[in-house]
Design a protein around this ligand. Sequence first.
Ligand code: PLP
Length: 363
Amino acid sequence: MQTSNFVFKTVDEMRSAFKDEYSTYLYSRGLNPTVDMLRKKLAALDEAEDCLVFNSGAAAIFAAVLANVKTGDHIVSVKAPYSWAQKTFDVFLTRFNITTTYIDGTDITNFEKAITANTSIIYLECPNSWDYSLQDLQAVAQLAKKHNIVTICDNSYCTPIYQKPITFGIDLVLQSATKYIGGHSDTVAGVLSGSSEMMARIFNSEYLNIGSGIQPFNAWLLLRGLRTLPARLERISATTLEVIKFLQSNPKVEKVIYPLDESFHQYELAKKQMKGAGGLLTFVLRAETACEIETFCNSLKHILMAVSWGGYESLIIPKVAGMERLTFDRNIADHQMVRLYVGLEEATYIIEDLQQAFDKMKE
Ligand SMILES: *Cc1c(COP(=O)(O)O)cnc(C)c1O
């Protein structure tokens, strides 16, 4: 329903809408019927009481964090969270004397050690979207409840199809709907789910105030994306296993990092928390120089070089794209990382493209 405002028949109806915008259609910066259909479906998928849909995943992160801090507070975050989460903590919140401690979230004792009397948020990203490191969601949720701390988990990697953090006791779960929910690389959006009480509070403050709610047409695109979400994930996950098998047998590849591969250092925890892992994986190339990695990436014919993932097309990002060539060190495995998103193409189409690009590396 592509409209900015809604009509009232009587002054009294309008008066009650002004009083409580969260239960009436007044203006599309707030509620909108198409967005509401989407909210119901997404909340059900997350097994949450309610959810809000934002104009980006970054906006969902920002609202969730902002709603749960005040001046002088402290945040415990997993290290290397999504870049704009980290910028919220390091650039924005420091202006309000809110500090953040980054920890290795693979060990629960690190959370215990980092908590202080003014910790108000524990921020999780499970799995991380480069090295896929996990947190024990149930253990972190229990610890946080004991200290009256709000837990927020970025679930973009799994989507609620493969992992439901709320069922482990996490308070707020968010995801970039730009990725698998949209699924066609044509919309930017974000989802934030939690209790009715928390969602109402965020709606009446951050959501309306920042004005970053999703637009009706984009909400419709996500409703359309949801219709094929399970089928897309199933196909992508199956193709990904074939691509991983190929990569693991390739002499140019040092190792493949994927949470549901037996070689993954937290494989047992991954199996416990996740029903699947989708199409995002990282491989470490055996490359002596940054140029070799660049030759590999530049030689790909079908796999596209672009940020994001979750769409129909396979994508690649080398770690070296985010650093200067001269700082490349072949002894640091991170520098040789290449992140691959496996899309909806046939496995052979992707594998043949990777093979011909590996062959070019030698030249
Ligand atoms: C893409 C992404 C986001 C941000 O979502 P946008 O829709 O791009 O704003 C947040 N977290 C993770 C893990 C992401 O991959």
